[in-house]
Design a protein around this ligand. Structure first.
Ligand code: KIV
Ligand code: ZN
Length: 521
């Protein structure tokens, strides 16, 4: 049976400390609930003496999250420790986490204390915390830039005073995997009473080594890892929880430990955090990024179709990603195109595939990604951009902020015969109103699944790009348009998607007619 590796999540404390990651109380509670459902062992809910809001958030989490251990951070002083104990009063499993800086630079420049005074203050802090809470963790801030012999002395003293977890923070992200592993081994060898306590890691990512350093510590005997969802945290961030968890799960040969994390919940927890802090997850982020299970190159796609394990070391469903995707782009080859067409229900002869690949490469050269609807259109022989069944003649959108009036869109479209159709509709927002007016005018029902606006130039007259993903009769279609007026860009993007639907529908009808009667309609 492998050792248990405790996952200590500090998204709500160290993570929330990072620029642009502020969360309100309701959001902190929702994240704490998601962390509990993920199965983390310890949730560091905040720093109660930092502000009234922090205190209230830690108290609310301590009252409502009952399975995970709830931890609050305190400096080694009476006010911090008392506030933390008070915030945790109603927790089912409370932990007080006390810390003091240990490195010479912090002792001299920040604390203006001697080494003896630091030991004295640390011991007093741990004793005070122990008098109020049975579970006390002690951190030696900037441990990795501390003289190892002083670290041993400090840990000896706080263990004797009652700390049950000793944390070895790489506060400034300075250490390297080899050095950090050696430090953990030294502590295991020299600290008195070390076998009765948990050694914890807490690594920052200034050199991009937070996860590698944490894992080196685990190899050396650490049994708690402090980390955050998607690695948010001070400066470059902390070790990413999902990376640590999946590394030990994927490589039990290197890390003979197991966590209690329900890994299929990783993806949704990361997305929840990203939506609250308003920061997208980079596409190439390990485990939870959009590209983590997406394959574009023809060689990789060929391998994936033959056997997923050729290019995937984890199953997407194990981390909660709906499935791997073979993204069709300019590097994709015949195998992937044929495979995707088959999934869409279109069988294709070799000779037809040869011709289709010529048109496909032309299209893929122009577009970053080729979507299902594009491929279907190619199969049906619809030339990209050739057909514009509808063009927009006029658009008027009215929104009245602060009134009960719903946003309204009036639209004038011209069809291929030159006839003008005018329609108006209301909606939940201006884009919804435009989509409803377009549906009334064209008779094409769409459900908008994704809508994104991005500025493509800067300044007051910046151009905005609107991108939409809509669903019509179970199929996805995309549209994009650029304009200095974002409302106009949105309407044109929706109309592009509708035009695509009309072209594909018309081509489908032609095919069906040809199959049934041998003649074009
Ligand atoms: O990075 C650090 O040293 C910390 C401690 C307070 C644990 O966040
Ligand atoms: Zn930290």
């Amino acid at each position: 049976m492998n050792d248990r590796l405790l996952i200590f999540d500090t998204t709500l404390r160290d993570g929330e400390q990072s620029p642009g990651c502020t969360l309100n109380r309701m959001q902190k509670l929702r994240i704490a609930e998601a962390l509990q459902s993920l199965g983390v062992d310890v949730i560091e809910a905040g720093y109660p003496n930092a502000s009234e809001d922090d205190f209230d958030a830690v108290q609310a989490i301590a009252r409502s999250v009952r399975d995970a251990r709830i931890c609050g951070l305190a400096r080694c002083n009476d006010a911090d420790i008392r506030a933390t104990a008070a915030a945790l009063k109603d927790a089912a499993h409370p932990r007080i986490h006390v810390f003091i800086a240990s490195s010479p630079i912090h002792r001299e420049m920040k604390l203006r204390m001697t080494a003896d005074e630091v030991v004295e203050r640390a011991v007093a802090g741990v004793r005070h915390a122990r008098a109020l809470c049975a579970d006390v963790e002690f951190s030696a801030e900037d441990a990795t830039r501390t003289e190892p012999e002083f670290l041993v002395r400090l840990f000896n003293a706080v263990i004797a005073a009652g700390a049950s977890t000793i944390n070895v923070p790489d506060t400034v992200g300075f250490t390297t995997p080899g050095e950090y592993g050696a430090l953990i081994r030294l502590l295991k060898r020299d600290v008195v009473g070390i076998d009765g306590v948990t050694i914890s890691t807490h690594c920052h990512d200034d050199l991009g080594l937070a996860v590698a350093n944490s894992l080196a510590a685990v190899e050396a005997g650490a049994r708690q890892v402090e980390c955050t969802l998607t690695g948010i945290g001070e400066r470059a961030g902390n070790a990413a929880l999902e990376e640590i968890v999946m590394a030990v799960r994927t490589r039990p040969d290197r890390y003979p430990v197991q966590t209690h994390i329900r890994t299929p919940r990783l993806y949704s927890a990361a997305r929840l955090l990203s939506s609250f802090i308003g920061q997208g997850i980079p596409r190439n982020k390990a485990i939870v990024g959009e590209n983590a299970f997406a394959h574009e190159s023809g060689i990789h796609q060929h391998g994936m179709i033959a056997d997923r394990s050729t290019y995937e070391i984890m199953k997407p469903e194990d981390v909660g990603v709906p499935g791997s995707s073979l993204v069709l782009g300019k590097h994709s080859g015949r195998a992937a195109v044929r495979d995707r067409l088959a999934t869409l229900g279109y069988a294709i002869e070799d000779s037809h595939l040869d011709a289709l690949m010529v048109a496909y490469k032309r299209l893929a050269d122009r577009k970053k990604e080729v979507f299902d609807a594009d491929l279907e259109a190619l199969w049906l022989g619809v030339e990209d951009g050739a057909d514009q069944p509808w063009t927009m003649d006029a658009l008027h959108v009215a929104t009245a902020i602060g009134t009960r009036n719903e946003p309204t869109a009036s639209i004038a479209l011209c069809d291929a015969s030159g006839r003008t159709v005018r329609e108006a509709a209301v909606g939940d927002g201006p884009v919804d109103a435009i989509a409803n007016a377009l549906t009334r005018a064209t008779g094409v029902h769409i459900s908008v699944q994704e809508f994104a606006l991005q500025s493509v130039t800067s300044g007051g007259d910046a151009q905005g790009r609107a991108s939409v993903r809509v669903v019509h009769e179970g199929r996805e279609y995309r549209g994009q348009a650029v304009s200095t007026d974002v409302i106009e860009a949105s309407a044109r993007a929706l109309l592009e998607a509708i035009n695509r639907i009309c072209s594909v529908n018309a081509a489908r009808e032609r095919q069906a007619q040809l199959a049934a009667t041998g003649t074009e309609p």
